[in-house]
Design a protein around this ligand. Structure first.
Ligand code: FPP
Length: 248
């Protein structure tokens, strides 16, 4: 990619994206909001391809939040149709690219047709191992944490675990992301500088990258630019610079 230099030895394993700005992008063009979402699907393809090309192993996309259920019914219906259509028509592409599809969130709240398309795509791509694409659907971090608490309390009551044993790893194991590493990088498009109830536990040490680019305009080079910015940062995890550089 012209002008962008990436260090192959410092590629984040897991990148999470809050895809934002579809509605504003459509409005700027005098179109209905769903036009923005439809064009956003191409940006999903671009991000996934870019991730695969540089060796990002996990890509989590915030596709529909719990809060999004309060949008107008026509927009929700159109988004769900778009999801069903995109997922069903992309299975071959996902297999060609070695992409395993997974989901987090309350999938049971999605329309039956959407659940069916997702389960089918998850099954059809389960043997792939190049990139794991995790779609966050009907997801919110607080509700994920509430569910984790409930499960943990059940397991304490039934003596499956002992409350004295609870530590950070045990809590992580009750979250829907138990099988994935925490993201090293979070990208949010459209100029909003918030985390919006997304992966709050998992983002504890994540680098945050905010860009004013609206999601339908977000292409491969924008993804690479975010990775380049990530690589320019020093991740200290509470230590001092000299310890990280091995001088202490
Ligand atoms: C945020 O923009 C975007 C969404 C709520 C939906 C994202 C969905 C897609 C990109 C399409 C389907 C995805 C897949 C994985 C096939 P917004 O509507 O909040 O924009 P605004 O803030 O400008 O109103």
């Amino acid at each position: 990619m012209e002008g962008i230099k990436l260090n192959k030895d410092c590629i984040p394993k897991h990148v999470a994206i809050i895809m934002d700005g579809n509605g504003r992008w459509a409005k700027e063009k005098g179109e209905m909001r769903i036009f923005g979402h439809t064009n956003g699907v191409e940006s999903v393809r671009e991000a996934l391809t870019a991730a695969g090309e540089i060796g990002v192993e996990f890509l989590t996309l915030y596709a529909f939040s719990t809060e999004n259920w309060s949008r107008p019914k026509e927009e929700i219906d159109a988004l769900m149709d778009l999801l069903v259509h995109s997922i069903s028509s992309e299975i071959k592409e996902l297999n060609d690219k070695g992409v395993k599809l997974q989901t987090i969130g309350n999938i049971k709240n999605l329309p039956k047709s959407c659940q069916k398309a997702l389960l089918n795509a998850i099954d059809e791509t389960k043997h792939n191992n190049k990139v794991t694409l995790i779609l966050a659907l009907s997801y919110s971090s607080r509700s994920e944490i509430v569910s984790a608490f409930k499960e943990m309390i059940k397991d304490i009551d039934s003596k499956k675990i002992n409350s004295d044993e609870i530590n950070e790893d045990i809590i992580s194991s009750y979250l829907s992301t138990a099988n994935y590493p925490d993201p090293e990088l979070l990208i949010r498009t459209s100029g909003e500088n918030r985390v919006s109830n997304f992966l709050m536990w998992q983002l504890a040490y994540t680098e945050l990258y905010f860009t004013s680019t609206l999601w339908p305009d977000f292409k491969k080079e924008h993804f690479y630019k975010a990775i380049e910015d990530y690589q320019s940062r020093e991740r200290r995890f509470g230590k001092i610079s000299e310890q990280i550089l091995g001088n202490d």
